[in-house]
Ligand binder design. Sequence first.
Ligand code: FES
Length: 107
Amino acid sequence: MAKIVIDNLSGKEVFIKPQSRSILAALQDERVDWMHACGGKGRCTTCKLIVIKGLEQMSEKTPAETRYYQEGKLLDNERLACQASAWGDLVVRVPEEGKLPHLKYND
Ligand code: FES
């Protein structure tokens, strides 16, 4: 079971179960609020996460992510939580534009 550490959310730890469809699903399973304006359909980039460690242990980019990379809306160290999954441990950060007003971020 892979572990996600959310660096700027007080190091919150979330575990990705083998059956988790995506990182967003794993976050929701553990009741971690995460921006996802299009409902996880790959039609926005509000679920973006910054990957600090573990990028090489993540699923291949989906067509939706590839399109956003080509349009310059995702950087090399960014993935969409609703599209990506991982088989190894990750350290991630919530980008400024993905922060929710009711949560306290430490950065
Ligand atoms: S929630 Fe819209 S792209 Fe992920």
